[in-house]
Design a protein around this ligand. Structure first.
Ligand SMILES: NC(=O)c1ccc[n+]([C@@H]2O[C@H](COP(=O)([O-])OP(=O)(O)OC[C@H]3O[C@@H](n4cnc5c(N)ncnc54)[C@H](OP(=O)(O)O)[C@@H]3O)[C@@H](O)[C@H]2O)c1
Length: 243
């Protein structure tokens, strides 16, 4: 599928992959609709890219998701692509009691929100001549990183969900992609002082370029860069990733 002249809803565009992707999609002539929790970076995006639509939304809150989906489809009835990109990653020490509120938010953001947005928009997408759902998972969905256990689990669950979704939509015009990033140079995990020193991250620009090529070639599930090894070899790589 070519992401040109489409109407694209993208979650989590205030930083990192989402921010760069929003600009790139806008430059390619798409109508881009983005959300995030922080109003200032959203306003900056709207100023930088004329016509780009923004909506302040905490996707971990189902009422926000429902309001966002309703606003997006009523304002942009040609909406035909959703990209579930918003995500958080927490470092968790499982030898101690964990903060269940933070864990709940991590699951709500990374897993429940994509499921909810897809269920809210599935009928709308099926009414479009061409449509797509893109879920951003992670190489860690296949080979978990022990220091971020709930994050790895949410991405594994989103992978399973995406396979089921693709199967259920196989007779429709809605294409279902799973984009599997490797380590990418963003702020993911910074709030928890996640140590990136051994990650060898890809630049955001290189990642977004590779991601757009994957979509254009209608490759529905593929790991980008080092993530393809994690996808194919799965738990066999666990000891290497977690020395
Ligand atoms: N960077 C990597 O190494 C890597 C590797 C594999 C997969 N990924 C995945 O790539 C995606 C993007 O992450 P990133 O690396 O670009 O991280 P990032 O720079 O931290 O960006 C995360 C984005 O998600 C948004 N977000 C977080 N919680 C949200 C919420 N409750 N409601 C709405 N928006 C929310 C943030 O916006 P606000 O703060 O404004 O809400 C921000 O725009 C995530 O799904 C992540 O799991 C990243």
């Amino acid at each position: 599928m070519q992401l040109i002249k489409q109407t694209v809803l993208l979650t989590g565009a205030t930083s990192g992959i989402g921010r760069h992707l929003a600009g790139k999609l806008h430059e390619l002539g798409n109508q881009v609709i983005v959300c995030g929790r922080q109003p200032e970076p959203l306003a900056a995006l709207a100023t930088q890219y004329a016509g780009l639509a923004t909506y302040v939304c905490d996707v971990s809150d189902p009422t926000h998701c429902a309001a966002f989906a309703h606003w997006a489809t009523s304002t942009y009835p040609h909406l035909n692509v959703i990209i579930n990109n918003a995500g958080v990653m927490q470092v968790l020490d499982l030898t101690q009691a964990v903060d269940l509120t933070k864990v709940t938010t991590e699951i709500a953001t990374n897993l429940l929100a994509p499921i909810h947005l897809i269920s809210l928009l599935a009928s709308h997408l099926q009414q479009q001549p061409e449509a797509a759902i893109l879920n951003i998972t992670s190489g860690l969905a296949f080979t978990p990183l022990a220091s971020v256990p709930v994050y790895s689990a949410t991405k594994a669950a989103l992978h399973a969900f995406t396979m089921c979704l693709r199967h259920q939509l196989r007779a429709t015009a809605v294409k279902v992609f799973e984009i599997i990033p490797p380590a990418v140079e963003t702020n993911l995990g910074h709030a928890d002082h996640y140590d990136r020193s051994n990650d060898h991250p890809l630049s955001v620009a290189a990642f977004v370029e590779a991601m757009l090529q994957v979509i254009e070639s209608d490759t529905y599930e593929v790991g980008i860069g080092a993530a393809e090894g994690l996808r194919q070899q799965r738990e066999a790589l666990f000891p290497l990733l977690n020395p």
